[in-house]
Design a protein around this ligand. Structure first.
Ligand SMILES: *Cc1c(COP(=O)(O)O)cnc(C)c1O
Length: 339
């Protein structure tokens, strides 16, 4: 099977497993797991943050961040198709009792202008207090779109003036930074909190990390416990995460090249209306006949290629480290002769 449904399907390599098996462990709820501590320190350093917290998933890191930043009845501003809102089981309402202001944006991204218009006036009691702006880079629903860094800086400036924190859902932040070349620390300085996923393009089996200042992470620690996310000898999985951070970032370029090849072939298929311009590792195809979506998915599956429905008439393919250039050539052949 060539599995293009998501970059979460990667399996740990032999070398990664070796590191995991040999990881030193301790009780992480007591703060005594040396591998978790090393991973947290490494990730915090990478983005120039004071502290970090290793968690079981990106949903957990996002939800913890929201819970620390926002009070019940407060409001989070985010894109209408952002993961924090659309794909986290209603977590913002459920875990934090907060309201959301959903913006239309552009390919999953929101601008400082949009945000400015929707920040509620603090001294009018009608409105929920705007307490957080959350952005996603790269933006999944935008077909892996990368934020313009100038736009992020404007957003930061606006939020500084209003004293509103900014959270980054950076599930695929390494895919963005390998393309735009922005320095990690310069980028990291724009956010109060950052969630990074180790289990996506980086290929670790489990885990995400939340980054922020010491005070924020101290609060996040308590929330993680209350959410049932405190783990014990987590060094076994953290070892895979550390390996991923140290070894699997620069190779993301290959995934991006593979995605561009898919885009090229798809664009030439007469049953394809358009492909959202590929910027990273996500390829979203819009079909001419939206009723054919499931048929296309089934036909590809019959050729051992797995893809994902992505809304009406849309199919998503994601490239990752378990899909080779050869595999992509096979997929391109299959696509050319699908009908
Ligand atoms: C995958 C993903 C997450 C986190 O998902 P988990 O499966 O909970 O680790 C968060 N944000 C985005 C944009 C994602 O794609």
């Amino acid at each position: 099977m060539i599995d293009l449904r998501s970059d979460t399907v990667t399996k740990p390599s032999a070398e990664m497993l070796e590191v995991m098996m040999n990881a030193s462990v301790g009780d992480d709820v007591f703060g005594e797991d040396p591998t978790v501590n090393e991973l947290e320190k490494y990730a915090a350093n990478l983005f120039g943050k004071e502290a970090a917290l290793y968690c079981s998933s990106g949903t957990q890191t996002n939800q913890i961040a929201i819970n620390v930043h926002v009070q019940p009845g407060g409001e989070v501003i985010c894109h209408k198709e952002s993961h924090v809102y659309k794909y986290e089981g209603g977590g913002i309402a459920k875990n934090s009792g907060a309201s959301v202001r959903l913006l239309d944006g552009n390919r999953g991204r929101i601008s400082s202008e949009d945000v400015k218009n929707w920040i509620n006036p603090e001294n009018d009691v009608h409105f929920p207090l705007t307490q957080l702006v959350s952005i996603e880079d790269t933006a999944n629903r935008g077909g892996g779109a990368i934020y313009n860094f100038e736009e992020i800086k404007k957003l930061r400036e606006l939020c500084n003036q209003l004293n509103i924190p900014v959270h980054l859902d950076g599930a695929r932040i390494f895919n963005a930074l390998i393309e735009n070349g922005i320095d990690y620390k310069t980028y990291g300085s724009q956010f109060d909190s950052i969630s990074i996923c180790l289990s996506k393009g980086l290929g670790a089996p489990i885990g995400s990390i939340l980054l922020g200042d010491k005070d924020f992470i101290k609060k996040a620690h308590r929330v993680r416990k209350a959410f049932g996310g405190g783990m014990r000898q987590a060094g076994i999985i953290a070892g895979g995460g550390l390996y991923a951070l140290k070894n699997n970032i620069s190779r993301l370029k290959e995934d991006h090249n593979n995605a561009k090849n898919l885009e090229k072939t798809l664009s030439s298929c007469d049953w394809v209306e358009s492909v959202i311009p590929v910027e990273t590792n996500i390829v979203v195809t819009i079909l001419k006949d939206s009723n054919k979506r499931d048929e296309v998915i089934e036909k590809l599956k019959a050729k051992n290629i797995l893809t994902m429905p992505f809304g009406p008439g849309m199919i998503r393919m994601v490239t990752h480290l378990d899909v080779s250039e050869n595999n992509i050539d096979q997929v391109c052949e299959a696509l050319k002769y699908l009908f």
